[in-house]
Design a protein. Structure first.
Length: 89
């Protein structure tokens, strides 16, 4: 059985909001299209390696509330943890 991996998936209309709330904005791609290209390549690579990859659509406002409730900064680690938690619901 292959390992399941949750991948945070963003909507283009929320990209600016993600940039506004993230503490690691310098680590994010500047545009949604740049991010989408990298994300699709990463998904394909993970699938080639035998992982079961599940896109988890992220609502930025829900992410903000989730991070606040756990006193976490909104960064890559928190976004990944949030996606993983949603995968396991």
């Amino acid at each position: 059985m292959s390992q399941k991996i949750a991948v945070a998936w963003y909507r283009p209309e929320q990209w600016e909001r993600l940039h506004a709330v993230s503490v690691d904005v310098d680590d994010l791609e500047q545009t949604y299209d740049e991010w989408l290209l990298k994300a699709e390549i990463a998904l394909a690579d993970l699938r080639k390696k035998g992982f079961f990859v599940q896109k988890i659509e992220i609502d930025i406002e829900e992410l903000v509330e989730w991070c606040k409730s756990r006193q976490l900064p909104i960064d890559g680690a928190a976004r990944s943890e949030y996606a993983a938690e949603k995968l396991n619901l």
